[in-house]
Design a protein around this ligand. Sequence first.
Ligand code: GDP
Length: 357
Amino acid sequence: GGAEYLFGIEESLKELAQLADTAGLMVVGSTHQKLNSPNPRTYIGSGKVAEIKSAIHALGVETVIFDDELSAGQLRNLEKAFGGDVRVCDRTALILDIFNQRAATHEAALQVALAQMEYQLPRLTKMWTHLERQAGGQVKGMGEKQIEVDKRILRTQIGVLKKELESVRKHRKQYRNRRVSVPVPVVSLVGYTNAGKSTLLNRLTGATVLAEDRLFATLDPTTRRMKNGGEFLLTDTVGFIQKLPTTLVAAFRATLEEISESSLLVHVVDISHPLAEQQIEAVDKVLSELDVSSIPKLMIWNKVDKVCDPQKVKLEAQKREDVVCISALSGNGLDEFCSAVQEKLKDSMVWVEALVP
Ligand code: GDP
């Protein structure tokens, strides 16, 4: 991994294992290697390749997942080296798979399809070169022609998808405009994946958003009115995660842009997580790219029921400004959270009303 990663190798691999589990795979083991620079042909060194190969045969492994993005050449060389039907993929492909499984709305499905095609495009080339070589050079040039044909088809499909997405977004925007014409403030929940956003949303609104101990349970922005009176609309956003593939960030940018139209941002943190601080940083990094610095923020330290010393955590929260401790699961601290939200909204009501035609 590069120096920009906030997470250590162990933690990153642990998260990768959790992602694999979310995708429905059973993880049988993991390994890593320290190299000065990745091997351009196989990413890992030849000794490591041999070691993994023997583990594949011993354990009957079907898939090998790499935590960093692999080039088309590396993917294929590894697949060849491991032999048989072993599938090699990287974190990006895995996340794309999960998003694909979980896209619930038409828009999300389009976004994922687009991201998948953009991921495939640069990886088409060598696959055909490889087939050409297999054919013993007899069909020289044919592979190359085929790549061009395939690339053209893919580019056309990408173009069609982009147009369709545009029209779906326009429709959603109209819907959103109708929403702001009633002066109801919109509160957006943001936070690292698995922080407890869906659970909190369900608790507060009685909605049934899928909440599970898996990554990316939520893919689509969900908006719900608060149960007790229509004081504010809560909207849940797609989970943030480290090393989110750039193709996906681009695809979901429009979804995230809804955040910039909210009256208040509630940053939900799983304070029981050993890497809570790094997760906060990862979320802040994405937020800083979204131009939301003028929107008031409130931070929620969730899952206080899970920490070993809740009293200490609560004291720590009190010391800080704009932090409220809750347990979305038990309901502890929710009243305090709601009044903190109301307090914050008082300041931003002017802004909301200014939007009303
Ligand atoms: P999201 O990805 O941020 O939407 O997270 P979810 O709402 O899906 O929650 C992820 C997991 O954390 C689920 O298994 C929840 O039951 C669990 N969870 C959420 N809130 C709490 C909490 O306050 N305490 C505990 N112990 N678990 C929680």
